[in-house]
Design a protein around this ligand. Structure first.
Ligand SMILES: Cc1cc2nc3c(=O)[nH]c(=O)nc-3n(C[C@H](O)[C@H](O)[C@H](O)COP(=O)(O)O)c2cc1C
Length: 365
């Protein structure tokens, strides 16, 4: 059963114990200064029988913050916190990658460390609400200000610094968040990037930000230790490109050109953290990735062990990530191996503060 899923894999320089990946899962449990704490090390350590753990979306700079209590990796304190997380992951045998993000327009002054107005490629508001601890409820995101050339250069430099900190914390690699309507996706998409300078106006120029950020990452890490997450046809956070297929192909082509280690493809069956129903595009999205990208492909979105094994056996993907299942099942790999039923997680504690629904899901038996 699930022979391929549970078999070791070699990805660039990494020897993975199995093909099960824990994908980035925002849990909103960081301490006051956006620092991952001892509970985070425990949480990730509990899940370290995965072959690869990609830690939750993490801000590259203070102004990258979009939501409450999400961790950063711009300061020494945060980097030290991450080191304890990485040590716990390595102690369990998994490789550790960190997902880096800048939320761009998907933010609110309440959630910015210094109450700033969020910035984005262009002044185009998202139709979106985010949680504010200050307001004690959901707040609509405001109109962002359009980034200046200097802002863009700063954000690229902050990505480089974040990668240096990730390396210092011991991460085996980094994943750029190119999906779900955050800053890279905002630059890449026609409805959020209305610029007419060197960073927008044509498909090629809209791709430039992603490429420059990736170049910053591969100036720190070997290129086969860098991946990018993509959401083909994704509309989460009110992304609406005028040619979503062309955008997806351009992103894959950039990943191929720069020689990245992996692409992490979110099947259109999910949007953000929600299942939205199977689509004929699910299979096509993965096939296009295989066609245009020669490195490792991680598939994610609505998989169970059986469908994961099918896609691995057919050679459509190389590794499979299980998102919601990893929240409630720290021992997911053992449950798959022994055919033990999976526990459901409680969505009301996905992003809540506190230990409940975080480090208290028990292993089976
Ligand atoms: C609680 C929660 C937090 C998430 N946080 C992130 C995140 O930080 N970055 C990201 O790219 N995706 C995030 N996602 C999406 C998951 O990584 C994954 O793509 C999604 O859950 C679909 O996989 P699944 O069907 O196996 O759950 C999150 C999903 C959930 C449920």
């Amino acid at each position: 059963m699930y022979e391929k899923l549970l078999s070791p894999a070699k990805v660039g320089p990494w020897e993975l114990a199995n093909r099960v990946v824990m994908p980035p899962l925002t849990r909103s449990r960081a301490d006051g200064e956006w620092v991952p704490n001892a509970r985070a090390a425990e949480y990730y350590g509990q899940r370290s029988s995965a072959g690869l753990i990609i830690c939750e979306a993490t801000q590259i700079s203070p102004d990258a913050t979009g939501y409450p209590r999400t961790p950063g990796i711009w300061s020494a304190g945060q980097t030290a916190g991450w080191k304890t997380v990485v040590d716990a992951i390595h102690a369990g045998g998994a490789k550790a990658v960190i997902q880096l993000w800048h939320c761009g327009r998907v933010s609110h002054p309440d959630n910015q460390p210094d109450g700033r107005q969020p910035m984005a490629p262009s002044a185009v508001k998202a139709d979106k609400q985010v949680w504010s601890d200050k307001a004690g409820g959901l707040v609509s995101v405001p109109m962002p200000r359009a980034m200046t050339e200097e802002d863009i250069r700063d954000v690229i430099a902050s990505h480089r610094k974040a990668c240096e900190n990730a390396l210092a914390a011991g991460f085996d690699g980094v994943e750029l968040h190119g999906a779900n309507g955050y800053l890279i996706d905002q630059f890449a998409s026609s409805n959020t990037n209305l610029r007419s300078d060197g960073w927008g106006g044509t498909r090629e120029k809209r791709m430039r930000f992603m490429e420059e950020v990736l170049r910053a990452a591969i100036s720190v890490y070997p290129k086969d230790c860098v991946g990018i997450r993509l959401a083909p046809y994704g509309t989460f956070n009110t992304i609406d490109d005028d040619d979503a297929l062309a955008k997806y192909k351009a992103m894959l082509a950039a990943a191929e050109k720069l020689g990245l280690g992996y692409v992490h493809i979110i099947r259109p069956i999910v949007s953000g953290n929600m299942q939205v129903g199977a689509s004929p595009l699910d299979r096509a999205a993965i096939e296009i990735a295989r066609e245009l990208f020669s490195g490792t492909i991680i598939g994610v979105g609505g998989y169970d062990a059986a469908s994961a094994e099918d896609d691995l056996q057919a050679g459509r993907i190389d590794l499979v990530a299980f998102g919601r299942a990893f929240v409630g099942n720290p021992d997911l790999v053992r449950r798959i191996r022994e055919g033990i039923a999976l526990a459901e997680s409680d969505p009301t504690t996905w992003y809540a503060a506190g230990d409940a629904g975080y480090i208290d899901y028990p292993p089976a038996g």
